[in-house]
Design a protein around this ligand. Structure first.
Ligand SMILES: *Cc1c(COP(=O)(O)O)cnc(C)c1O
Length: 390
């Protein structure tokens, strides 16, 4: 008999009832160090007092109003994002894949309104992940995500990762945009080198096409800058955000330049819940915390510390691990053993990590984890590695 919850997930036998900072707690009191943070969602850890305060204060006043009316919390969050990024304007969604939907629509509408209705095709890359909506799976294009779900949304061309020649050859009169994650998450923590991101920007400028960055996983402080593309010193035309921006409350956004948003006039897009007062009140508290220079420099310091210790872990367990990869607090351990065995051994050692493609385990901890949390991470990962090796 089919379970009452549609069985689309492979769930670990863990049942958490409480979260505190970087820790998840089961009903019997077992405490797990959470290095997954809900897959890069709980940017400030669990039950951060400022987020609890923002949410509960808003909940006592107003949960939901339609986007038929002004929403002050939404306005405030949009202003913060515009002040702290390349963007001139923001649309709020509830998830990453909804942000993908709008990014694709916006790019196509831009060219349509500029008199180029044939420019519809979006170039995407092997190993990418953009969510599970029809546009998201068509964009990623992998068999794992698309098989059986056809006909797929047309207008995506899938290119190998890191092949500049294939990319330049793929651009033609129908190209609307390039869509890429500055650091692939699900694909196995693969950062795009800064030079490549600069190259993509140049290519887009040369051909009059839009650069869409998917920062759903790598954005909001994860790499040690508010947004990952800042490291390369270039800016996109459109950017997808979600996960960390809500700190655990469902919230997403599409950020865009005024030029890229040219076609998005009244009535062209909408969402019932997108930008609701609860989500935006929390989002404001997240951005207030994360966009702070001293917070980001702490992220970089702790990322350096964690990475250094992980290099040591790999060196002392060469039969289990191959290398550390990634950037900031978006780190991956490429495994020699099966990554899922390492994740499972982690559960026994009371540490949570997240598997990714390419036999990698992901470490996406809360951005405000403590040095004691880092010590605990190493002890527990080392115990997990020892048990996998045995
Ligand atoms: C998680 C993720 C998405 C999808 O986000 P949802 O909120 O699950 O729809 C899209 N892009 C990237 C890079 C992601 O990591």
């Amino acid at each position: 008999m089919i379970p009452s919850v549609l069985p689309t997930y492979n769930r670990a036998p863990l049942n958490f009832v409480k979260g505190e900072g970087s820790w998840l707690i089961e009903a019997d009191g077992r405490r797990f160090l959470d290095l997954g943070a809900g897959i890069a969602v709980n940017a400030l850890g669990h039950a951060h007092p400022k987020l609890v305060e923002a949410l509960t204060t808003q909940a006592q006043n107003l949960w939901h109003v339609s986007n038929l009316y002004h929403i002050p919390q939404q306005q405030a969050l949009a202003d913060k994002l515009v002040d702290n990024s390349f963007a001139d304007t923001v649309f709020f969604t509830n998830s990453g894949t909804e942000s993908c939907e709008l990014a694709v629509k916006m790019a196509r509408k831009y060219h349509f309104e500029k008199g180029n209705p044939d420019k519809v095709e979006i170039l995407t890359f092997a190993g990418s992940f953009h969510g599970r909506s029809s546009a998201g799976i068509a964009a990623a294009g992998s068999e794992k995500m698309t098989k059986g779900f056809g006909p797929l949304l047309p207008g995506f061309k899938h290119l190998p990762w890191g092949d500049h020649e294939a990319l330049t050859a793929a651009i033609d009169d129908t190209t609307a945009a390039i869509l890429i994650e500055p650091v692939q998450g699900e694909g196995g923590i693969r950062p795009l080198p800064d030079q490549c991101l600069k190259g993509l920007r140049d290519l887009c400028d040369e051909h009059g096409i839009l650069l869409i960055l998917d920062e759903v996983q790598c954005g909001v402080g994860r790499t040690g800058k508010l947004f990952a593309h800042e490291w390369a010193g270039v800016t996109p035309d459109i950017m997808m955000v979600a996960k960390g921006i809500g700190g655990g409350f469902p919230l997403g956004a599409v950020l865009a330049t005024e030029e890229a948003a040219f076609g998005m006039t009244a009535g062209t897009h909408g969402s019932t819940y997108g930008g609701n007062p609860l989500g935006c009140a929390v989002g404001c508290a997240v951005i207030d915390a994360v966009a702070d220079e001293s917070f980001l420099s702490e992220v970089n310091r702790k990322a350096g510390l964690l990475r250094q210790k992980l290099e040591g872990l790999v060196a002392s367990h060469p039969d289990v691990f191959e290398e550390v990869r990634g950037t900031g607090l978006m780190l991956g351990l490429k495994c020699k053993a099966a990554n899922i065995d390492v994740v499972n051994a982690g559960y026994d050692a009371e540490v949570i990590t997240v598997p990714a493609a390419d036999n990698v385990i992901r470490l996406l901890p809360a951005l405000n984890l403590t040095e004691a949390d880092i010590e605990a991470a190493l002890e527990r990962l080392s115990a997990a590695a020892t048990s996998v090796a045995a």
